[in-house]
Design a protein around this ligand. Structure first.
Ligand SMILES: [Zn+2]
Length: 362
């Protein structure tokens, strides 16, 4: 009994002493004016948190960022020869791109390997060529030591550069062997899309919607690049992270980007399209509905949503979304439309009370 009491008292004394220590430390630090928050490292953390909430024209301290090297796989068209002129120009272009990226975002792009790729020769449009090969190229990157790819097409083709938002695939067309500064701007611009950057109307910004001419950035592109500069170019890692998705979307909304689709909607619709191809219709619908919540005026989301509903025999929803898709600027898919129409006609044969929305009543 006595021993027990003694140990209880001992414990109490220990407890009080530990509190005393803490109070003494706090007292000393206040007295000596030790300002923990003002250490350099913490300032950098504060900067990062604040970046998103900054008012315009304020500069984030780039020196706070850790230098990031991004490994690039260079793919060039089959039959194309990377001669000395090409090699020299590629080097010069990457020097220009890196000067810009490293002073603005402390990022450096580094070509780690080069290989040929058989791009379809019959396509005369860069965006079609991109859609055709995008998935295959992405897989090649995933199986390499590179993080992103840069494909070069050296022939006359409609379009200059293209990239998919948050992906690891960039494609540029250049029949002049990268011989001018503009090629640097094009590549830097397409790399920007990989971080989720959208097009801006600001003339002095490398993310200008069309014909950017300089490697400069405004607050608009600056914010999204700085938020996403450590992104690993794998959409799977952010698709379920609502905190980061909402932060991206808030930045996009704050800058009132005209005629631009919310990058989060792009990300979700891309993923929904993949699920549709894999016949996982229910999951696809979930992502596409979420995409519409971020940006509801994109025909592409509505079209693919309609097709998912069709596969699950939700024909009324399918019709509604198809109509909306066309309303929001999607090209009508006649083949699919006829399939849907026919489904309604077949259903009416079984149950005449079913309403066929394609037939307008007086
Ligand atoms: Zn662009």
């Amino acid at each position: 009994m006595k021993e027990n009491m003694l140990s209880k008292i001992k414990n109490k004394v220990k407890y009080i002493m530990s509190y005393l220590y803490i109070i003494i430390i706090i007292f000393i630090s206040t007295f000596l004016n030790v300002d923990f928050v003002n250490s350099n490292e913490d300032l950098c953390i504060l900067e990062e948190i604040e970046t998103e909430y900054r008012s315009s024209n304020s500069e984030t301290n780039v020196s706070c960022f850790e230098k990031r090297i991004i490994k690039v796989l260079l793919l060039y068209d089959y039959g194309m020869v990377l001669d000395k002129e090409w090699e020299d120009n590629i080097r010069t272009r990457f020097e220009e791109i890196n000067k810009f990226y490293s002073s603005s975002f402390k990022i450096e792009w580094q070509i780690v390997s080069k290989q040929q790729f058989r791009f379809d020769k019959n396509i005369d449009n860069l965006s079609e060529l991109f859609s055709l090969h995008k998935e295959d190229i992405s897989k090649i990157v995933n199986n390499s030591k590179a993080e992103v790819s840069l494909s070069i097409i050296q022939r006359d083709i409609k379009g200059v550069g293209i990239a998919a938002t948050f992906s690891n695939v960039v494609m540029v067309a250049d029949s002049q062997k990268f011989n001018s500064y503009i090629s640097s701007v094009v590549v830097a611009h397409e790399f920007g899309h990989l971080f989720g950057a959208w097009h801006t109307q600001r003339k002095n910004d490398f993310m200008l919607f069309s014909g950017a001419k300089q490697l400069r950035t405004s607050n608009e592109s600056n914010n999204i690049l700085k938020l996403m500069r450590n992104y690993n170019f794998d959409p799977e890692t952010i698709i379920n992270n609502d905190v980061i998705l909402n932060r991206i979307s808030r930045l996009y909304n704050r800058h009132h980007a005209k005629r631009e689709i919310d990058p989060v909607a792009r990300l979700l619709t891309d993923a929904g399209t993949k699920l549709y191809i894999d016949k996982d219709y229910k999951e696809a619908i979930k992502l596409l509905i979420k995409s519409n919540k971020y940006y509801g005026k994109w025909g592409e989301t509505r079209m693919i949503l309609s097709k998912n509903y069709y596969e699950l025999d939700l024909l009324q929803d399918s019709f509604t979304e198809y109509t909306r898709a066309v309303f929001f600027g999607s090209k009508p898919d006649k083949q699919y439309e006829n399939k849907l129409k026919k489904k309604f006609i077949d259903l009416q044969k079984i149950d005449p009370s079913i309403n066929n929305p394609f037939i307008l009543k007086n």
